[in-house]
Design a protein around this ligand. Structure first.
Ligand code: MG
Ligand code: MG
Ligand code: MG
Length: 307
């Protein structure tokens, strides 16, 4: 067990989960609390770009936490998305920007704001505590905001995210448009992943009334290119449905240039897509115009329309 409090984001970590762990651990350290950022999964290509750009080390990988471990969660709160054995750890703090599905039988610091990114909340915490934001920390935060808001194009993006990003860009000394496009483009590279890996680059598990489902998302600049491999993705998805007893698997490829998503929907609840969007599935797929956000435009519709 680590003597330090471990700070981490959700499984299948995205840029916000990784960078916010580092940013939060730094804040804790600056305030005199010994903290260490760790990660709960493989770094994706987009996040890889950030580490290469900054030339810094990646956080250490952990598979689970030991009983009694002190932890801080960022960018998530649901146990289904958290590291194994979280029920036996002691959660000191949660800093998040998602729907709350969290209970703890003890007092803790819980902060979630309806903004586009954990980094936006962390920026405010740095300011409230008069802790300096250096160039590296600013670049990490800015990368998370760009990633989570798809360069401010997602409906999850708030004026606050945009304002904070502008301030961070000055400290980071980057051109947001240029850096942002390069960052998002780096994340669309799935050439080195197997179909089973692609469907889990960014998948999240949810449960409602005993129904288990996953929503996975990848970014792309070319939907046709992704769907050339549809049959391989379907095989991987069906395997996972069987192995994990899922009722539904929605795999969304989000076109970051045109702000649409094409989904593959499989499982005994696959038709939830038709109910939610009024669009029948065509060969297990549907093109959802204007849909880019899992949190705002996919998850709530699925929760509402499950049988
Ligand atoms: Mg995230
Ligand atoms: Mg996030
Ligand atoms: Mg995301």
């Amino acid at each position: 067990m680590s003597n330090k409090v471990l700070v981490f984001g959700h499984k299948n970590p995205d840029t916000d989960s990784i960078t916010s762990s580092i940013v939060m651990a730094n804040l804790e350290n600056q305030l005199g609390n010994e903290a260490q950022a760790v990660r709960t999964g493989k770094i994706n290509k987009e996040t890889e770009y950030v580490f290469q750009y900054l030339g810094i080390e990646k956080p250490e990988l952990i598979e689970d936490v030991e009983d009694g471990q002190e932890v801080i969660l960022v960018d998530h709160n649901e146990a289904t998305q958290c590291v194994n054995n979280i029920a036996n750890a002691h959660i000191q703090k949660v800093v998040d920007h998602h729907t709350m599905n969290f209970v703890a039988p003890y007092q803790l610091y819980y902060r979630a704001e309806p903004v586009g990114c954990t980094a936006t909340v962390l920026y405010k915490m740095y300011r409230e505590n008069d802790v300096e934001i250096n160039k590296t920390i600013a670049t990490l935060m800015l990368s998370a905001i760009i990633s989570d808001t798809l360069l401010f194009k997602s409906p999850t993006c708030t004026p606050e995210d945009q304002k904070v990003a502008e301030k961070l860009a000055k400290i980071a000394d980057v051109n947001v448009e240029e850096y942002g496009k390069n960052l998002l483009k780096a994340g669309t590279d799935i050439s080195e992943f197997t179909p089973a890996e692609v469907i889990n680059i960014d998948s999240k598990l949810f449960e409602k009334d005993g129904k288990k489902f996953k929503i996975a998302q990848i970014n792309t600049a070319d939907l046709d290119d992704v769907f050339k491999k549809q049959s391989y993705f379907e095989a991987a998805i069906n395997d996972e449905i069987k192995q994990e007893n899922l009722d539904l698997y929605v795999f969304a490829a989000t076109d970051i240039l045109n702000s649409n998503s094409k989904v593959i929907s499989l499982g005994n609840q696959a038709n939830v897509i038709e109910k939610a969007y009024g669009q029948p599935l065509d060969h297990n797929t549907a093109l959802l115009e204007g849909v880019v956000s899992r949190k705002k435009q996919i998850l709530p519709k699925i929760l509402e329309n499950l049988d």
